[in-house]
Design a protein. Sequence first.
Length: 299
Amino acid sequence: THLCNLACEGCGKIREFESTIRDMLPLETCLKAVDECGAPIVSICGGEPTIYPHLGELVNELLRRRKFIYLCTNAIKLDKWLPQWKPSPYMTINVSMDGLEPTHDLVRSRKGLYQIDIRMIKLAKSLGFRIVTNTTVYKETKIDEIEQLFADLAAIGVDGFLVSPAYEYTVLKGRDIFLEKRQTHEKFQRVWELSKRYRLLSTPMYLRYLKGERELKCSPWGNPNYNPQGWKGPCYLITDAHYKTFDELMTRTDWEKYENKRDDRCTNCMMHSGFEPTVIREVGKSWKDLWEMLRWNFA
């Protein structure tokens, strides 16, 4: 579903799919899509997945199939679902946290959400679930604040942190909140330093790319996205078409165009959904990169 219980400042999903926002996939269709693409890792996202009425069954069936799950949520209604699941090494709950209380609530356009999220994180941890957070960096984001956020979240047992620059959706064009590439490099120089003290789940190669130390091509097919309209192409962020089958998505998309950023919408994009898959493709080509990845993986 693209339906959400929030209208966050930097999110283009609910605006892009406004005309079909109440459409929801049947449970069987979700499971068929997982089988069709054969992905070992399934990210359950939205919209807001905790609004989806079959979420409990979907998670339990994916766990039964030994799929690794990332449940991406704003956590407002997380307590409704936790009793239906058992903690599993195959399951990670990924809570969106974009700053300390004033910033987080401002980005969410609703007061009180920071405290709700902290309460839900504590509840999930008390039940034994693996919890990570995802932080989106905007033009006005203060890295000192992110450092304090990581410290506070680590203190309540959060297992790791994802961090990525925001993407400027076409429907949000003109809002002065998104980073240009140079600004991303500057902010992620600081984030790199944080990675030495906190358990950042972003790979070292991706972080080096974000801070301008190396180049990576995009792998837009690395995180294929299925929604109520079908297989979304070319990627999680850009919508040019929807396809009936996974094979159509893979064979009819001009991947080279997007890999090489020959599209204006790709100019400032450095999102992990496109570039972390590239890390997997590239890491084995250099002993230095491979060694750094091994050290990071076992740290």
